[in-house]
Design a protein around this ligand. Structure first.
Ligand code: IMP
Length: 176
């Protein structure tokens, strides 16, 4: 499989993202009011684990897991199968996604978590495929913008496999 983003490129970019996120929130957080980092399972678990270790601001992690209906992805029908435990009200929250593809998942999340009255709600995505966009979502922090390839590795899978790869590779047989 062809390497699209190498391990070193990922490490460098994630370190920079950590600095960007920290600089943005620096004045807003304290040990009493840490950043609530919300990684979206399962794809973002590797990225989130690296990202939080690059933060120089206080943070807490609370995972969310979604199910999107196969075959109707363009309808954007998404359901929460594992919710976060924390109360978002009045908190500074950061959603961490593996990839924004059509944008339907991220837009669902911004809307449904936004309804819970957080003090702020931002989106950090490791990857973005702008050419596939169906719904425009504001990505506040972005790792890499990529062409329309199906990719695996660094947490991203095809049928549950390849998440463990240290780099992002193009999976030729992947679904679009
Ligand atoms: P969206 O709702 O179309 O933006 O898609 C979001 C989800 O689709 C992501 O969180 C991924 O789980 C999955 N996805 C989209 N593109 C890829 C890819 O290239 N590789 C692996 N998973 C992908």
């Amino acid at each position: 499989m062809k390497v699209l983003i190498s391990e070193t490129q990922i490490q460098d970019r994630v370190a920079s993202l950590g600095s960007e996120v920290s600089a943005t929130y620096k004045a807003l957080l304290s040990d009493e009011e840490p950043l609530l980092v919300i990684p979206v399972l399962s794809g973002s678990f590797v990225f989130a684990a690296d990202l939080v270790r690059e933060l120089s601001v206080p943070s807490e992690i609370d995972f969310i897991q979604l199910k999107s209906y196969e075959g109707s992805s363009s309808s954007g029908k998404v359901e929460i199968v594992k919710d976060i435990r924390a109360d978002l009200k009045g908190r500074n929250c950061l959603i961490v996604e593996d990839i924004v593809d059509t944008g339907l998942t991220a837009s669902f999340l911004l809307e449904s978590l936004g309804d819970r009255k957080p003090k702020s709600l931002k989106l950090c995505s490791f990857l973005h495929k702008p050419s596939r966009e169906e719904k425009k979502v504001p990505i506040d922090f972005l790792g890499f913008s990529i062409e329309d390839h199906f990719v695996v590795g660094y947490g991203l899978d095809f049928n549950g496999r390849w998440r463990h790869l240290k780099e992002v590779v193009i999976y030729e047989g992947g679904q679009k």
